[in-house]
Ligand binder design. Structure first.
Ligand code: ZN
Ligand code: FE
Length: 252
């Protein structure tokens, strides 16, 4: 399975999963259809699945146009998002498994950004598609969930193996790390990552994917139990540390 990263709109990433042997493809969070249709034509591949992480327009905006061209494609989304994912055909629950070209992905229920948010985790290849839950250096805003829910979701992701690639849905890394430095500035891993990300952006290169290990070491939203973050927020309880960090980032 090859993973193709298609930049779209201002800062979205659409992911095309492509299996050359069967000439089939699946797409994760198609905000728009055009770049997906172009790539499918170039690869001469058939779209067989759409994996949506949540219902926000910048993640499902291309669903119907893709379905018009590939009516047999299966559209996956959370059961909680029933009625708000265009063309949805499968309603997923936590712990279910989905499949593309013989590869299994676990459906992780990760509410907080929205109440139905799911992530798709391919354990064999170590690839995580986490939408707007975990970002490189940050996390999604709490639109429909509580800090408790989001903390539980991020904790689930934090426990995945360190080499797991984190394919998040937005290129927000530089700004995320600027904030991170204001709360965890003495962290040498964070300082080094910031320099790398500045260089990547200056070269016009993506900073995604990162890895779970990298996020554990440098993402303040996965570091609620570290003394530096407890000091920066002035609280100790994990949920309160997380809630304060999220509030500070909202104002940043
Ligand atoms: Zn979103
Ligand atoms: Fe988004």
């Amino acid at each position: 399975m090859r993973i193709l990263q298609l930049p779209a709109l201002r800062d979205n990433y659409i992911y095309l999963l492509y299996d050359p042997e069967t000439a089939t493809a699946a797409v994760v969070d198609p905000t728009v259809a055009e770049p997906v249709l172009e790539k499918l034509a170039e690869l001469q591949a058939e779209l067989v699945a759409i994996f949506n992480t949540h219902h926000h327009h910048d993640h499902v905006g291309g669903n119907l146009q893709l379905l018009a061209r590939y009516p047999r494609a299966v559209v996956y989304g959370s059961q909680v998002d029933r009625g708000r994912i265009p063309g949805q055909t499968v309603e997923l629950q936590a712990g279910e498994t989905v499949e593309f070209a013989g590869r299994q992905a676990k459906v992780l229920f990760v509410p907080g950004h929205t109440r139905g948010h799911v992530a798709y985790y391919f354990p064999e290849s170590g690839d995580l598609f986490c939408g707007d839950t975990l970002f490189a250096g940050g996390c999604g805003r709490l639109f429909e969930g509580t800090p408790e829910q989001m903390l539980g979701s991020l904790d689930q992701l934090r426990q995945l193996p360190e080499p797991t690639r984190v394919w998040c849905a937005h290129e927000y890394t530089l700004n995320n790390l600027k904030f991170a430095l204001t709360v965890d500035g003495d962290n040498p891993d964070l300082q080094a990552r910031y320099q790398q990300v500045v260089a990547l952006r200056q070269a016009g290169s993506p900073t995604v994917p990162s890895t779970i290990g990298e996020e554990r070491r440098t993402n303040p939203f996965l570091r609620w139990d570290q003394p530096a973050l407890q000091a920066a927020t002035g609280v100790q309880d994990p949920v309160r540390v997380f809630a304060r960090l999220r509030g500070m980032k909202d104002q940043f």
